[in-house]
Design a protein around this ligand. Sequence first.
Ligand SMILES: NC(=O)c1ccc[n+]([C@@H]2O[C@H](COP(=O)([O-])OP(=O)(O)OC[C@H]3O[C@@H](n4cnc5c(N)ncnc54)[C@H](O)[C@@H]3O)[C@@H](O)[C@H]2O)c1
Length: 370
Amino acid sequence: MPSERVGVGLIGCGRIATLQVLGYLDHPRARMVAVCDRDAELVKRRRLEWGAARAYLDYTDLLADPEVDAVEILLPHHLHREVAIAALRAGKHVSLQKPPTLTLGELAEVEAAARTAGRRLRVFENFMYYPPHVKARELVQQGAIGEPISVRIKTAAGRFDDGWQVPASSQAWRMDPATCGGGPTCFDHGYHCFNMGRFFVAEPVERVHAWIHVNRFGPTSFYDGPAMITWKYAGVPKFGSWEVIASVGMRVPSKYYASDDRIEIHGVEGILWVNRCTGHLLDEPSLVLYRDGETRAWHDLEHDWAASFRLGGRDFVDALLEDRPAAQDAAEAAETLRFAIAAHVSACEAREVRLDEVGPETRARLPGLD
Ligand SMILES: NC(=O)c1ccc[n+]([C@@H]2O[C@H](COP(=O)([O-])OP(=O)(O)OC[C@H]3O[C@@H](n4cnc5c(N)ncnc54)[C@H](O)[C@@H]3O)[C@@H](O)[C@H]2O)c1
């Protein structure tokens, strides 16, 4: 980066922007230059809240702003490809929220635009920055549980009237696979969990089998859960699973979405548990290790979900200043997207699917929604 500070532009000022902005507000070498949203009242409010110099209604105007070095794209998924490519062509570095695009072909187009423009592209998946996840991976890599052989992820969704206030507009585009790319749980939230399926085990995921039940609440509303998704890593037998449980009568304490994610990693010599993420379902230490008849707990890790956004935002700025890639690069993101799409094909076609069956145009369809 030529300048001493990174000028940041944020495109999309909706629900998640309030957390995403933390890493930029917090960083001494980042400056919030501009915000953009097609909602005039919202963008005006955000500009004042975050002290941005300028507010735009049209993202092409933000991209023409010479003080913007890098953009964070926080838009409905069907717009990711178009806006990311426009930003890269305008010479901006891009942080693109997960899931990066609707298909692998679209992601390849964005990656090619980054290469041509000579600008950084990172796909932002915040679970990778959640301190208990980071510590758990560090422990796995240090051999704390021996060779990891099983990853089990559980998402527990609770009562819909709990947690964050999420505007209806933020839900509406997630109810349409044309704009979301799949459903709100298994594709949108799922990107995190598929990525966690890859985070602790070195071998690539080879094949997947999924049941995804689609619960309709009316003509324009559905929930893609409960779901049970299992997979096999390549080579020696190692398995993983992700279960989505919709406990619609249960309270899930959370400052954010009323849902929580727990992860259990078994190794040949021990077990690790990450006991929370988005919410605060159980009053247990965020990370626990069992080995050799003894249990060790970590009580002092930062475990508020917001920390993962703050740390992820900071890392993007640091990466630009240090001229290094930030996680995830497009190749890594493509593997997680491929995994997510393969699971959906499996659920639709009621069969085991190999990840190499996913082509550039394959989409994450949902059973009963075509
Ligand atoms: N990392 C996470 O845990 C996490 C959580 C939630 C959302 N997200 C991701 O963040 C992105 C945004 O999600 P959200 O929940 O904030 O959605 P949202 O609907 O709350 O916000 C999207 C915003 O984009 C604006 N917008 C739509 N079209 C536009 C256009 N053409 N030009 C300018 N503005 C436009 C809308 O007015 C809205 O304010 C998605 O990619 C989503 O997957 C990530």
